[in-house]
Design a protein. Structure first.
Length: 311
């Protein structure tokens, strides 16, 4: 790849360039992941009207996706990961298989999907910060200004909605964000060494000795609704598996630090999805904040970033 395309602002790159493809795949991943919070709440229910146990939702979805991953890796005859890949696989496994799903599932039993979407809006900033620290990706002041502006908008929205009054559920969500960001950084690093679709598959296979028996042990004791099982199917096959095919490839193509900022859109998409799926209200002010965040992300993608080479 031409070095000039690796560092040039993406609006100057051809539509067929790795950077442009990275943004397209990143946007696809964000749309798929935006349904995760509403679908997790649909699967687990609420504290007053519980459905599937949060531990089963978190571990069961990883078990289902892990079994799919075994079939996929055998079908493509994937090479065994190199020794240097195993620390990154372990980090990714901790973040996206165990940490984020389990803590999110517990939190959305206590708060609605809109509240959770606001707090997890910190994920792009956390991912960018960890990427800058661990992957040595450097960004211009303009890029960081746009990232902080996006964060400020998310926090401003939280204050407007009253989400600034932190609860135990908020604490769970903040830790989930940190673990999820670590998983994204680890997966983005692995996607530069192996096909992106194999990254999440190996991570899920690594977790199978824990997730498969745990899914059996946490199997729901009472029947759940069809809607709850539909939510579980989505988080198993899309949120935990297919969505990462697009997301990790996007991180490899465009760099973890830059592509992670597209995820600033995710909380607002989650809110929009929560309206028809869960019947949660959506105020006009939410749409205004969403428009402001879109503008910030669009400006941020025009700023120069160095690091994060493509495959």
């Amino acid at each position: 790849m031409d070095a000039r395309l690796a560092t040039a602002p993406p609006h100057l790159a051809p539509l067929s360039s790795p950077m442009a493809r990275g943004y397209a795949l990143g946007l696809l991943g964000v749309v798929l992941f935006a349904l995760t919070i509403p679908m997790t709440r649909l699967a687990g229910g609420t504290a007053l009207a519980p459905e599937l146990p949060p531990s089963f939702v978190a571990l069961g979805r990883a078990a289902v996706a892990g079994l799919c991953s075994v079939a996929y890796l055998l079908a493509v005859r994937a090479a065994w990961p190199a020794r240097a890949d195993w620390p990154w696989l372990a980090l990714t496994c901790l973040g996206v298989v165990f940490g984020f799903p389990l803590l999110l599932g517990l939190a959305v039993r206590e708060v609605d999907a809109v509240h959770a979407a606001v707090v997890t809006g910190l994920l792009p900033m956390a991912t960018a910060a960890l990427a800058a620290a661990f992957l040595r990706q450097r960004a211009s002041w303009g890029f960081w200004l746009s990232a902080w502006a996006g964060l400020g908008l998310v926090l401003g929205y939280a204050a407007w909605r009253g989400a600034g009054a932190l609860s135990a559920a908020d604490g769970l969500l903040f830790v989930a964000v940190l673990l999820g960001a670590a998983g994204y950084v680890g997966g983005g690093q692995l996607a530069r060494r192996m096909p992106a679709q194999q990254v999440i598959c190996w991570v899920l296979v690594l977790a199978l000795p824990v997730t498969l028996p745990s899914a059996g042990l946490t199997w729901p004791e009472r029947p759940a609704s069809v809607a709850a099982w539909a939510g579980f199917a989505y988080v198993s096959l899309v949120s935990m598996w297919l969505g990462f095919f697009a997301w990790y490839r996007a991180l490899a193509l465009g760099g973890t630090l830059r592509i992670s900022q597209v995820q600033v859109l995710q909380p607002f998409l989650s809110m929009l999805f929560a309206v028809p799926l869960l019947g949660e209200p959506l105020e006009a002010g939410s749409l205004a904040f969403a428009a402001a965040v879109v503008a910030v992300v669009w400006w941020g993608r025009r700023q120069a970033v160095q690091g994060g080479p493509t495959r």
